[in-house]
Write a protein that binds this ligand. Structure first.
Ligand SMILES: COc1ccc(Cn2ccc3ccc(-c4cc(N)[nH]n4)cc32)cc1
Length: 247
């Protein structure tokens, strides 16, 4: 997968050099290209923003630098088109389902903005010839789109074949389709068996895999009910067996 990111703060993406995503880049699974938007701002001050038409607070990002920058990225492979992803507080929710959809794409272009966002004519221009998604990573307001891009690149990158070792398959993720879909992860434990007077639940030391699986599902249901009741309400009744119903 190729990923392009255009930003006035490309240094925000240093974390993409380390750990899981960094290794995926070294192994050629992910090919990430960072671009400094100001390279396409040709005035002496390399200006990328201006006052909003119609008045109002803050500044809006000018269309010209974005248009030239996006055109340059598109020219990298004229025979293909990236999916353009625009982080914004007013976008569709970024979910595990959307992450899985993006993980199937060969080329993503992220356009994290600053100020009050990008002149709307930019995405109108490209939306007429390719998929342009406005995406929110949560119902809170960031100072810009860069952190949202880090979230999405990590959530998508970890789903790419070969990125997670077999031992850490994403198939068991919370929110991944399947039997545990929409259930939160339950508690996890490792050695030592007792720590500061806290013992590991006996069942986990029993070696009885059936009972362990049942205990883990019970704990997942309890945590989901406690922290995300709406997810429990959305569970397909078929996936709740009679034991679940007694919890
Ligand atoms: C109320 O309107 C606003 C508009 C923009 C901003 C600051 N800002 C500028 C670009 C940009 C890109 C993404 C995000 C963002 C995304 C999510 N889920 N939260 N915040 C925020 C962003 C603040 C407020």
């Amino acid at each position: 997968m190729r990923v392009d990111v255009i930003s006035i703060f490309p240094e925000y993406f240093a974390p993409l050099d380390v750990s899981l995503i960094g290794k995926a880049r070294e192994r050629g699974i992910l090919d990430i290209h960072l671009h400094q938007l100001r390279d396409w701002a040709h005035d002496v001050h390399r200006t990328v923003d201006d006052t909003p038409y119609g008045g109002g607070p803050g500044m809006v990002m000018k269309p010209e630098p974005w248009g030239e920058a996006i055109d340059t990225v598109l020219a990298a492979d004229p025979a293909a088109q990236p999916r353009i992803i625009v982080p914004t507080p007013s976008g569709v929710p970024f979910t595990q389902k959307l992450a899985m959809e993006y993980a199937a794409e060969p080329w993503l272009l992220f356009t994290p903005a600053r100020y009050e966002g990008i002149d709307s004519r930019v995405m109108a221009e490209y939306g007429s010839r390719m998929r342009v998604d406005e995406v929110s990573v949560g119902d809170y307001v960031l100072a810009g789109g860069e952190v949202a891009v880090l979230v999405m690149v990590e959530a998508v990158g970890r789903l790419l074949p070969g990125v997670l070792g077999n031992a850490n398959s994403a198939v068991d993720d919370s929110f991944a389709p399947g039997a545990m879909e929409n259930l939160l992860e339950g508690p996890v434990y490792t050695k030592p068996p007792e720590w500061r007077g806290h013992e590991v639940p006996e069942i986990l030391l029993s070696g009885h895999h059936g009972k362990i699986a049942r205990w883990r599902r019970d704990e997942a249901l309890r945590r989901t009910a406690r922290n995300r009741l709406e997810l429990l309400a959305a569970l397909d009744p078929e996936t709740l067996d009679k034991h679940d119903r007694k919890l």
